[in-house]
Design a binder for this molecule. Structure first.
Ligand SMILES: *Cc1c(COP(=O)(O)O)cnc(C)c1O
Length: 404
Protein backbone atom coordinates (compact mmCIF):
# COMPACT_ATOMS: atom_id res chain seq x y z
CA UNK A 1 0.00 0.00 0.00
CA UNK A 2 1.45 3.36 -0.93
CA UNK A 3 0.91 6.27 1.39
CA UNK A 4 1.17 9.84 0.27
CA UNK A 5 2.99 11.83 2.90
CA UNK A 6 2.37 15.56 2.73
CA UNK A 7 4.76 18.14 4.11
CA UNK A 8 2.20 18.73 6.83
CA UNK A 9 2.27 15.08 7.87
CA UNK A 10 6.06 15.05 7.99
CA UNK A 11 6.23 18.20 10.08
CA UNK A 12 3.51 17.01 12.44
CA UNK A 13 5.37 13.74 12.90
CA UNK A 14 8.60 15.54 13.68
CA UNK A 15 7.11 17.84 16.30
CA UNK A 16 5.16 14.93 17.74
CA UNK A 17 8.37 12.96 18.11
CA UNK A 18 10.52 15.66 19.71
CA UNK A 19 8.09 17.95 21.54
CA UNK A 20 6.77 17.64 25.04
CA UNK A 21 3.08 16.81 24.87
CA UNK A 22 1.96 19.89 26.80
CA UNK A 23 -0.19 21.25 23.94
CA UNK A 24 -2.92 19.87 21.69
CA UNK A 25 -2.72 22.10 18.60
CA UNK A 26 -4.95 21.86 15.55
CA UNK A 27 -3.33 19.94 12.69
CA UNK A 28 -2.23 22.95 10.70
CA UNK A 29 1.41 23.92 10.07
CA UNK A 30 1.77 27.62 9.38
CA UNK A 31 4.72 29.01 7.47
CA UNK A 32 3.78 32.61 6.70
CA UNK A 33 1.61 35.37 8.07
CA UNK A 34 0.57 38.83 7.02
CA UNK A 35 -2.03 41.03 8.67
CA UNK A 36 -5.03 38.86 9.53
CA UNK A 37 -3.94 35.99 7.25
CA UNK A 38 -1.67 32.99 7.68
CA UNK A 39 -0.66 30.36 5.11
CA UNK A 40 0.11 26.73 5.82
CA UNK A 41 2.89 24.68 4.23
CA UNK A 42 0.44 23.39 1.59
CA UNK A 43 -0.24 26.97 0.49
CA UNK A 44 -3.73 27.16 2.02
CA UNK A 45 -4.77 30.52 3.45
CA UNK A 46 -6.56 30.95 6.79
CA UNK A 47 -8.09 33.84 8.68
CA UNK A 48 -6.40 33.97 12.08
CA UNK A 49 -9.20 34.35 14.62
CA UNK A 50 -7.08 33.55 17.67
CA UNK A 51 -4.33 36.15 17.25
CA UNK A 52 -2.00 34.11 19.46
CA UNK A 53 -4.32 34.66 22.44
CA UNK A 54 -4.42 38.41 21.65
CA UNK A 55 -0.66 38.81 21.28
CA UNK A 56 -1.29 39.74 17.62
CA UNK A 57 -3.75 42.62 18.05
CA UNK A 58 -1.75 44.58 15.45
CA UNK A 59 -1.82 41.64 13.01
CA UNK A 60 1.02 39.50 11.72
CA UNK A 61 4.22 41.37 10.85
CA UNK A 62 2.83 44.86 11.04
CA UNK A 63 5.23 46.88 8.85
CA UNK A 64 5.76 49.61 11.46
CA UNK A 65 6.68 47.08 14.13
CA UNK A 66 8.83 44.96 11.81
CA UNK A 67 10.58 48.16 10.70
CA UNK A 68 11.32 49.22 14.27
CA UNK A 69 12.57 45.72 15.08
CA UNK A 70 14.85 45.62 12.02
CA UNK A 71 16.30 49.06 12.75
CA UNK A 72 16.99 48.06 16.33
CA UNK A 73 18.50 44.70 15.27
CA UNK A 74 21.03 46.66 13.25
CA UNK A 75 22.07 48.77 16.25
CA UNK A 76 21.83 47.05 19.62
CA UNK A 77 19.83 44.13 21.03
CA UNK A 78 20.90 43.43 24.59
CA UNK A 79 22.77 45.17 27.35
CA UNK A 80 21.21 43.59 30.45
CA UNK A 81 20.09 46.06 33.11
CA UNK A 82 23.66 46.25 34.38
CA UNK A 83 23.96 49.14 31.91
CA UNK A 84 21.49 51.61 30.45
CA UNK A 85 20.27 51.47 26.88
CA UNK A 86 18.90 54.33 24.80
CA UNK A 87 15.47 52.73 24.18
CA UNK A 88 14.24 51.72 27.61
CA UNK A 89 13.52 55.20 28.99
CA UNK A 90 11.54 56.16 25.90
CA UNK A 91 9.55 52.92 26.06
CA UNK A 92 8.68 53.27 29.74
CA UNK A 93 7.73 56.94 29.35
CA UNK A 94 5.46 56.18 26.41
CA UNK A 95 3.90 53.26 28.26
CA UNK A 96 3.31 55.38 31.37
CA UNK A 97 1.87 58.24 29.31
CA UNK A 98 -0.51 55.90 27.50
CA UNK A 99 -1.71 54.22 30.69
CA UNK A 100 -1.54 57.04 33.21
CA UNK A 101 0.84 55.38 35.66
CA UNK A 102 3.99 56.90 37.15
CA UNK A 103 6.30 53.93 36.68
CA UNK A 104 6.67 50.71 34.73
CA UNK A 105 8.77 47.60 35.33
CA UNK A 106 9.54 45.67 32.13
CA UNK A 107 9.59 41.90 31.94
CA UNK A 108 9.19 39.38 29.08
CA UNK A 109 6.36 36.90 29.54
CA UNK A 110 2.99 37.69 31.03
CA UNK A 111 3.54 35.28 33.90
CA UNK A 112 6.70 37.15 34.88
CA UNK A 113 4.80 40.43 34.94
CA UNK A 114 2.11 38.83 37.15
CA UNK A 115 4.86 37.51 39.46
CA UNK A 116 6.27 41.04 39.54
CA UNK A 117 2.88 42.39 40.63
CA UNK A 118 2.57 39.72 43.32
CA UNK A 119 6.01 40.55 44.72
CA UNK A 120 5.22 44.26 44.55
CA UNK A 121 1.95 44.15 46.49
CA UNK A 122 3.36 41.73 49.05
CA UNK A 123 6.29 44.03 49.77
CA UNK A 124 3.98 47.05 49.72
CA UNK A 125 1.73 45.22 52.19
CA UNK A 126 4.61 44.72 54.62
CA UNK A 127 6.41 48.04 54.15
CA UNK A 128 3.53 50.45 53.61
CA UNK A 129 0.33 48.83 54.84
CA UNK A 130 2.01 47.28 57.88
CA UNK A 131 0.94 43.65 57.53
CA UNK A 132 3.01 41.41 59.85
CA UNK A 133 5.90 39.79 57.99
CA UNK A 134 5.04 36.56 56.15
CA UNK A 135 1.25 36.98 56.62
CA UNK A 136 0.26 38.75 53.41
CA UNK A 137 -2.77 37.41 51.57
CA UNK A 138 -3.74 37.99 47.98
CA UNK A 139 -7.30 37.28 46.87
CA UNK A 140 -7.76 35.76 43.41
CA UNK A 141 -10.79 34.48 41.51
CA UNK A 142 -12.07 31.05 40.76
CA UNK A 143 -11.53 30.06 37.10
CA UNK A 144 -8.60 32.51 36.80
CA UNK A 145 -5.73 32.33 34.38
CA UNK A 146 -2.60 34.31 35.19
CA UNK A 147 0.17 32.15 33.74
CA UNK A 148 2.08 28.96 34.36
CA UNK A 149 4.72 29.53 37.04
CA UNK A 150 4.57 27.34 40.12
CA UNK A 151 3.28 30.18 42.29
CA UNK A 152 0.59 31.14 39.78
CA UNK A 153 -0.71 27.62 39.06
CA UNK A 154 -0.81 27.11 42.82
CA UNK A 155 -3.83 29.42 43.02
CA UNK A 156 -5.49 28.12 39.87
CA UNK A 157 -8.80 26.30 40.23
CA UNK A 158 -8.14 24.24 37.09
CA UNK A 159 -7.05 20.75 38.08
CA UNK A 160 -5.04 20.24 34.89
CA UNK A 161 -2.97 23.35 35.57
CA UNK A 162 -2.00 22.35 39.11
CA UNK A 163 -2.22 18.60 39.67
CA UNK A 164 1.18 17.11 40.38
CA UNK A 165 2.98 20.45 40.57
CA UNK A 166 2.76 21.15 44.31
CA UNK A 167 3.67 22.04 46.97
CA UNK A 168 2.46 25.55 46.22
CA UNK A 169 3.16 29.05 47.44
CA UNK A 170 0.85 29.92 50.35
CA UNK A 171 -0.87 33.27 50.81
CA UNK A 172 -3.61 33.11 48.19
CA UNK A 173 -7.34 32.86 48.73
CA UNK A 174 -9.82 32.03 45.97
CA UNK A 175 -13.29 33.61 45.70
CA UNK A 176 -15.94 33.21 42.99
CA UNK A 177 -15.46 35.47 39.95
CA UNK A 178 -18.09 38.14 39.49
CA UNK A 179 -19.31 37.98 43.10
CA UNK A 180 -18.35 41.20 44.86
CA UNK A 181 -20.05 40.19 48.13
CA UNK A 182 -17.94 37.05 48.33
CA UNK A 183 -14.85 39.17 47.78
CA UNK A 184 -15.88 41.64 50.47
CA UNK A 185 -16.40 38.74 52.90
CA UNK A 186 -12.95 37.30 52.15
CA UNK A 187 -10.97 40.49 52.75
CA UNK A 188 -9.07 40.70 56.02
CA UNK A 189 -6.54 43.18 57.39
CA UNK A 190 -3.84 40.93 55.99
CA UNK A 191 -5.19 41.24 52.45
CA UNK A 192 -2.53 43.13 50.52
CA UNK A 193 -4.01 42.70 47.09
CA UNK A 194 -6.86 41.51 44.90
CA UNK A 195 -5.73 40.04 41.58
CA UNK A 196 -8.37 39.76 38.87
CA UNK A 197 -8.91 39.67 35.10
CA UNK A 198 -11.58 42.19 33.98
CA UNK A 199 -12.87 39.48 31.62
CA UNK A 200 -11.61 35.94 32.11
CA UNK A 201 -9.93 34.89 28.89
CA UNK A 202 -8.65 31.32 29.22
CA UNK A 203 -11.49 30.64 31.64
CA UNK A 204 -13.84 30.80 28.64
CA UNK A 205 -14.37 34.53 27.90
CA UNK A 206 -16.34 35.08 31.08
CA UNK A 207 -17.76 38.59 31.41
CA UNK A 208 -18.61 39.54 35.01
CA UNK A 209 -21.90 41.30 35.86
CA UNK A 210 -22.04 45.06 35.16
CA UNK A 211 -20.66 47.04 38.05
CA UNK A 212 -18.50 44.19 39.36
CA UNK A 213 -15.14 45.80 38.74
CA UNK A 214 -16.30 49.12 40.20
CA UNK A 215 -17.38 47.29 43.35
CA UNK A 216 -14.07 45.44 43.53
CA UNK A 217 -12.35 48.84 43.37
CA UNK A 218 -14.59 50.09 46.19
CA UNK A 219 -13.87 47.04 48.34
CA UNK A 220 -10.14 47.53 47.82
CA UNK A 221 -10.43 51.20 48.74
CA UNK A 222 -12.37 50.45 51.93
CA UNK A 223 -10.01 47.72 53.06
CA UNK A 224 -6.74 49.28 51.91
CA UNK A 225 -5.91 46.38 49.59
CA UNK A 226 -4.20 46.97 46.26
CA UNK A 227 -6.23 46.26 43.16
CA UNK A 228 -4.12 44.37 40.63
CA UNK A 229 -5.69 43.98 37.20
CA UNK A 230 -4.30 41.40 34.82
CA UNK A 231 -5.00 42.96 31.41
CA UNK A 232 -2.49 40.80 29.58
CA UNK A 233 -5.27 39.52 27.32
CA UNK A 234 -8.04 42.11 27.73
CA UNK A 235 -5.71 45.10 27.45
CA UNK A 236 -4.23 47.04 24.54
CA UNK A 237 -7.51 47.62 22.68
CA UNK A 238 -8.89 44.06 22.56
CA UNK A 239 -12.19 44.81 24.30
CA UNK A 240 -12.90 48.12 22.57
CA UNK A 241 -11.08 50.31 25.07
CA UNK A 242 -7.33 50.60 25.59
CA UNK A 243 -7.98 48.67 28.83
CA UNK A 244 -11.10 46.73 29.78
CA UNK A 245 -11.23 48.45 33.19
CA UNK A 246 -12.14 51.70 31.41
CA UNK A 247 -15.59 50.20 30.76
CA UNK A 248 -16.29 50.70 34.47
CA UNK A 249 -14.17 53.77 35.01
CA UNK A 250 -11.84 51.79 37.24
CA UNK A 251 -8.16 52.53 37.72
CA UNK A 252 -6.20 49.70 39.34
CA UNK A 253 -3.21 50.20 41.64
CA UNK A 254 -1.16 47.78 39.58
CA UNK A 255 -1.82 47.06 35.91
CA UNK A 256 -0.26 44.02 34.27
CA UNK A 257 0.27 44.05 30.51
CA UNK A 258 1.90 41.70 28.05
CA UNK A 259 0.95 39.84 24.87
CA UNK A 260 0.16 42.60 22.29
CA UNK A 261 2.80 44.85 23.89
CA UNK A 262 5.26 42.81 21.84
CA UNK A 263 3.29 43.29 18.62
CA UNK A 264 3.35 39.57 17.85
CA UNK A 265 7.09 39.74 17.32
CA UNK A 266 8.78 39.44 20.66
CA UNK A 267 7.78 38.80 24.28
CA UNK A 268 7.32 42.12 26.07
CA UNK A 269 5.42 42.54 29.33
CA UNK A 270 5.30 45.03 32.17
CA UNK A 271 3.81 45.79 35.55
CA UNK A 272 2.64 49.40 35.88
CA UNK A 273 2.00 51.29 39.10
CA UNK A 274 2.45 54.63 40.83
CA UNK A 275 5.50 55.32 42.98
CA UNK A 276 3.79 54.30 46.22
CA UNK A 277 3.80 50.71 44.95
CA UNK A 278 6.71 50.57 42.55
CA UNK A 279 9.18 52.22 44.89
CA UNK A 280 9.14 49.21 47.22
CA UNK A 281 11.70 47.64 44.86
CA UNK A 282 15.30 48.49 45.66
CA UNK A 283 18.37 47.53 43.60
CA UNK A 284 18.84 43.78 43.47
CA UNK A 285 15.37 42.90 44.76
CA UNK A 286 13.83 42.01 41.40
CA UNK A 287 14.93 41.74 37.80
CA UNK A 288 15.29 39.88 34.54
CA UNK A 289 18.24 39.41 32.18
CA UNK A 290 16.12 40.18 29.13
CA UNK A 291 13.45 42.46 30.64
CA UNK A 292 13.66 45.96 29.16
CA UNK A 293 16.30 45.06 26.59
CA UNK A 294 16.66 47.56 23.75
CA UNK A 295 15.09 45.29 21.13
CA UNK A 296 12.07 44.66 23.38
CA UNK A 297 11.83 48.38 24.15
CA UNK A 298 11.96 49.40 20.48
CA UNK A 299 9.34 46.77 19.60
CA UNK A 300 7.18 47.75 22.57
CA UNK A 301 7.24 51.40 21.50
CA UNK A 302 6.19 50.53 17.95
CA UNK A 303 3.52 48.08 19.15
CA UNK A 304 1.97 50.67 21.42
CA UNK A 305 2.27 53.29 18.69
CA UNK A 306 0.30 51.19 16.22
CA UNK A 307 -2.48 50.55 18.76
CA UNK A 308 -2.87 54.26 19.44
CA UNK A 309 -2.29 55.65 15.93
CA UNK A 310 -4.56 53.15 14.18
CA UNK A 311 -7.22 53.62 16.85
CA UNK A 312 -7.52 49.89 17.33
CA UNK A 313 -9.77 50.34 20.40
CA UNK A 314 -12.42 52.09 18.32
CA UNK A 315 -12.15 49.41 15.64
CA UNK A 316 -12.54 46.62 18.20
CA UNK A 317 -15.54 48.35 19.75
CA UNK A 318 -17.35 48.99 16.48
CA UNK A 319 -16.54 45.69 14.76
CA UNK A 320 -17.07 43.71 17.94
CA UNK A 321 -20.60 45.05 18.50
CA UNK A 322 -21.57 44.27 14.93
CA UNK A 323 -19.86 40.87 14.73
CA UNK A 324 -21.27 39.69 18.05
CA UNK A 325 -24.72 40.72 16.88
CA UNK A 326 -24.29 38.66 13.72
CA UNK A 327 -23.09 35.64 15.71
CA UNK A 328 -26.13 35.92 18.00
CA UNK A 329 -28.41 35.88 15.00
CA UNK A 330 -27.21 32.46 13.84
CA UNK A 331 -30.05 30.03 14.33
CA UNK A 332 -28.69 26.84 15.79
CA UNK A 333 -29.48 24.44 18.63
CA UNK A 334 -25.74 24.03 19.34
CA UNK A 335 -24.94 27.48 20.74
CA UNK A 336 -25.72 28.21 24.34
CA UNK A 337 -24.42 31.76 24.50
CA UNK A 338 -22.44 34.34 22.56
CA UNK A 339 -20.63 36.73 24.90
CA UNK A 340 -17.70 39.05 25.10
CA UNK A 341 -16.68 42.64 24.61
CA UNK A 342 -15.06 44.28 21.62
CA UNK A 343 -13.31 41.62 19.58
CA UNK A 344 -12.89 39.25 22.50
CA UNK A 345 -15.79 36.94 21.80
CA UNK A 346 -16.72 33.52 23.13
CA UNK A 347 -19.29 31.20 21.61
CA UNK A 348 -20.32 28.61 24.17
CA UNK A 349 -21.40 25.26 22.73
CA UNK A 350 -24.23 23.36 24.42
CA UNK A 351 -22.97 20.36 26.39
CA UNK A 352 -25.45 18.19 24.49
CA UNK A 353 -23.75 19.20 21.22
CA UNK A 354 -20.33 17.97 22.36
CA UNK A 355 -17.19 20.03 22.98
CA UNK A 356 -15.96 23.05 21.05
CA UNK A 357 -13.01 21.15 19.57
CA UNK A 358 -14.73 19.53 16.55
CA UNK A 359 -16.25 22.91 15.66
CA UNK A 360 -12.76 24.43 15.63
CA UNK A 361 -11.55 21.57 13.45
CA UNK A 362 -14.45 22.11 11.04
CA UNK A 363 -13.67 25.86 10.95
CA UNK A 364 -10.06 25.05 10.13
CA UNK A 365 -11.22 22.98 7.15
CA UNK A 366 -13.05 26.09 5.94
CA UNK A 367 -10.10 28.45 6.32
CA UNK A 368 -10.75 29.87 9.77
CA UNK A 369 -8.39 29.34 12.68
CA UNK A 370 -10.05 29.52 16.07
CA UNK A 371 -9.27 27.57 19.20
CA UNK A 372 -11.45 26.12 21.88
CA UNK A 373 -10.96 27.36 25.39
CA UNK A 374 -12.31 25.72 28.47
CA UNK A 375 -13.79 22.79 26.52
CA UNK A 376 -17.13 24.37 25.53
CA UNK A 377 -16.10 27.76 24.20
CA UNK A 378 -14.90 28.81 20.75
CA UNK A 379 -12.99 32.04 21.02
CA UNK A 380 -13.19 34.52 18.17
CA UNK A 381 -10.48 37.15 18.63
CA UNK A 382 -9.08 38.22 15.25
CA UNK A 383 -6.30 40.79 14.92
CA UNK A 384 -7.83 44.22 15.50
CA UNK A 385 -6.67 45.41 12.08
CA UNK A 386 -9.29 43.12 10.53
CA UNK A 387 -11.80 44.74 8.17
CA UNK A 388 -15.57 44.46 8.31
CA UNK A 389 -15.51 42.86 4.85
CA UNK A 390 -13.20 40.06 5.96
CA UNK A 391 -15.28 39.42 9.07
CA UNK A 392 -18.47 39.43 6.98
CA UNK A 393 -16.96 36.79 4.70
CA UNK A 394 -15.99 34.67 7.68
CA UNK A 395 -19.62 34.60 8.83
CA UNK A 396 -20.53 32.23 5.99
CA UNK A 397 -18.34 29.32 7.07
CA UNK A 398 -18.98 30.11 10.77
CA UNK A 399 -22.74 29.84 10.19
CA UNK A 400 -22.24 26.63 8.27
CA UNK A 401 -20.21 25.06 11.07
CA UNK A 402 -22.33 26.29 13.98
CA UNK A 403 -25.62 25.36 12.40
CA UNK A 404 -24.55 21.94 11.07
C1 LIG B 1 -1.66 34.80 28.52
C2 LIG B 1 -2.01 35.29 29.86
C3 LIG B 1 -1.06 35.29 30.90
C4 LIG B 1 0.29 34.66 30.78
O1 LIG B 1 1.10 35.23 29.78
P1 LIG B 1 2.37 34.40 29.26
O2 LIG B 1 3.06 35.37 28.33
O3 LIG B 1 1.86 33.20 28.55
O4 LIG B 1 3.18 34.06 30.45
C5 LIG B 1 -1.44 35.85 32.11
N1 LIG B 1 -2.67 36.36 32.29
C6 LIG B 1 -3.59 36.38 31.31
C7 LIG B 1 -4.93 37.00 31.57
C8 LIG B 1 -3.31 35.83 30.07
O5 LIG B 1 -4.24 35.80 29.12
Amino acid sequence: MSTVTTRTDALLEEVDRYSAANYLPLDVVIERGEGVWVWDVEGRRYLDMLSAYSALNQGHRHPAIVGAALRQLERLTLTSRAFHNDQLGHFLRELCEATGFERALPMNSGAEAVETAIKMVRKWGYRVKGVPDGQAEIIVCDNNFHGRTTTIVGFSSEAGYRDGFGPFTPGFRVVPFGDADALAAAVTDRTVGVLVEPIQGEGGVVVPPDGYLARVREICDLSGAALVLDEIQTGLARTGRLFACEWEGVRPDVLVVGKALGGGIYPVSAALADREFMDVFRPGEHGSTFGGNPLAAAIGRASLGVILEERLSERADELGRWFMGELRRIETPHVREVRGRGLMIGVEIEESSGTARPYCEALKERGILAKETHRQVIRFAPPLVVSREVLAEALGPIREVLAA
